[in-house]
Design a protein around this ligand. Sequence first.
Ligand code: ZN
Length: 465
Amino acid sequence: MPRRGVATRAQVSGKLSKMLFELSVSDELGRYLEQLEERSNISLEETASVREVRKQYRRRKAIPPELIEEFNIARSKSQATWAEARRTSDFALFLPHLKKMVEYARRFADYYGYEDHPYDGLLEEYEPGMTSVQLRQIIEPLRGEIVRLIRRLSDQGSRPDSSLLEGTFDIDTQRRLARRALKVIGYDFDAGSLDDVPHPFTTAIAPGDVRVTNRYVDAAFTPGLFAALHEGGHALYDQGMDEKLFHLRLARGASYGVHESQSRMIENVVGRSRPFWMFFQPILAEFFPQFTHASPDDLYRAVNVVAPSLIRVEADEVTYNLHIMLRIEIETGLIDGSITAADLPRRWNETIERYLSVVPANDAQGVLQDVHWSMGSLGYFPSYMLGNLYAAQLHAKLRDEVTDLDERIASGNLRALVDWLRENVHRYGAVYPPTELIQRITGSPLDTSHFMRYITEKYADVYRL
Ligand code: ZN
């Protein structure tokens, strides 16, 4: 959108947000909710809508408006200081703001209420039904298994040669490749668009208007391609929601974690699979002829190198969850007071070394790398991990039901995959809470063994164990 319109758009959007907020905490809405909650003759979707709007109403009203205003001002300063602190790798500069953000998060948690742990009050925003106790039960066994798998791969495996991915790649050609990849997965350009930004994201106005953004670097085509597939996975979810959910305020993901499961499914489970590269290699070669004689198998292995790294957003499928576990441990400790903000760099560096045997050279590569805490968004990180876990569980079920899935994907036919996701996940939007959705689709609650089996089998193959 045109740069000179920024100020006017900000004013309009500020005004609308304020009006929306006032309506969303109004006594009038409270009365409507009470009336609706007494009615028994409303549909499944309407009942879900009342449940979701009630939840939001309760949470918004829980916080005194002056506190929200105060928080918003503190948050802008915190974010700006964090950006500067990350640039100069100066944790001390950010520390007072971090303390404040933790303090606000803690106060919000108290206002929202929780049964067991204040972190649960924050989790509810992103992953309804998830608790810190459940997270601990997920993380404890999984962490050890992942660490052992990484050791096995590095000790006994044969590391794929990724040098064939090297080169210089024309940005405009990459843009066209990203468009093609989005078409391949079934993204509807009549209900969307693809544009450039510094940090890729997907924004859904309505199921008929879901816009994808992406970025490209000329030193490699893989970041642009996989980011397009990732955002494309989010976009398929948003485009696939039943239109009637829009006015019921249910045209969004069941949770952040479920939304992330759809992007990880397309980016990793599908986009980094052997069947995908069997049909995608010739497509890649149309855009970049140097891959005309590359073998699909070599490409498949090259895009699946496991390399313990310092930076979460660059992490591979195997190490990724460890980055999240580290953050969850720290933020639960910050919220209950068992970890102090000042102790973060030491704590961070020790833990990442224990998990991944890497040590940050400075805090910019460590504790300062993510924007979330500077915005007071504590409780968001688990969704990234849960996304991976849900994706593996859904994929296991999908393969049970579509028995020739791999053959279909290898021949370039992703229809069965997308139809299954649409039928089982996308069309429901936020009608079912995440726990119920996963149970309904797979017949069991979240079960991390699917993820472990998925990465163990896949990487034993990639690393020829
Ligand atoms: Zn995502």
